[in-house]
Design a protein around this ligand. Sequence first.
Ligand code: ADP
Ligand code: F6P
Length: 384
Amino acid sequence: MGCKVRFTLALCGQICAATRGGMEIKMAKFRKIGILTSGGDAPGMNAAIRAVARKAINEGIEVIGIEEGYSGLINGYLRPLDNRAVSNIITTGGTMLYSSRCPEFKTAEGMAKAIKTCEENQIDAIVALGGDGTFRGATDLTNHGIPSIGVPCTIDNDITATEYTIGFDTAMNSVINMVGALRETCESHARCNIIEVMGRNCGMIALYAGIAAGAVAIAIPECPFDEAYAIEKFRQAREHGKRGMIGVFAEGISIDSQDKYSEAFAKKLEAQTGIETKFARLAHIVRGGSPTLRDRLHATQMGADAVSYLLDGKSNLVMAIKDGKNTAVDINYALILDRMYKNKLKDGDLDDFTEAQIAEMKQTCEYRRQKMANLYKLSFDLAK
Ligand code: ADP
Ligand code: F6P
């Protein structure tokens, strides 16, 4: 194929009127679809693997599980998946296909080996589960003649083109359960606990879970953090009789370029207020665990839809939720929208988009920013 993806407002057929761009493939019928999980794992990946496998098998297509992400594609770590191979995995976290980060896949040599594996094993198309890095890999595969589709699986919920990524709900629920436990012991001992949660550069887990856990203060990369104001909030809450207190901080915050700021904040809070303050970093513990109902459902729908899109001749798409509805968007669109959201657009990024599309992209970014800013303000307003 090797063609550069073009962005047009043309709709990609009846399956989804909201799909932007994507690639049309003229193929007789897929015989074999490969599925892989790549980057950081996320609860719900297994549910998506099950959906992809069973939907494809229902359509008479063979399914190959590729182990350890793109590394498995390069090295030929393959295993056929039948209906029984994906039994009993809808309930489990992690990924039965294992995951990896594979720098070699970004090289021409790595890509050549991956294509060879596909050719030698008659893999006609690939469904790639992961985050934005994984989607970059899927675009490269499509451009090298292996139609690929991405399914957003990351606890961070940091893909701007979709309102939801698989794993987010489970991670947040794990956070509120653990923060709840910490809060109980804080209450007993009249202590404070500052808890750092994952999310890379995105504060979504900290913001949502922090609100749901009743945090006195939340810190996220997307909103300015006023340290003095936050400390004052804790002081006032204690003055008004609050015993146990919680602060939920995103790992991605960087205040005065200080590494491990949340830990430093805990010490500062204790020093300035006299309130005994502990610190906890939840780290990877929130990335495991049995997926919630919401994650199982989204994974099931998105996994099955990915197969439908491929069968309908579409590729280079990522499954998405937009305005609460299941849809799919072009991967390149999704990557550029992410750069717009992060104010990291490169020269020429928007050249292939119409004025109307650019306006819609700006609106999507603004809506997301505004939603976070409103919730952030609300969290402090209600902390007493
Ligand atoms: P995530 O998919 O969760 O964002 P990573 O950023 O680690 O996780 O990406 C997962 C894998 O996707 C990488 O290890 C690499 O194999 C592949 N990948 C990442 N970026 C690119 C890229 N620019 N081109 C091709 N493949 C990529
Ligand atoms: O993207 C998921 C995520 O868990 C982030 O929240 C976190 O910053 C990162 O992955 C951790 O990566 P690793 O598992 O390589 O330590």
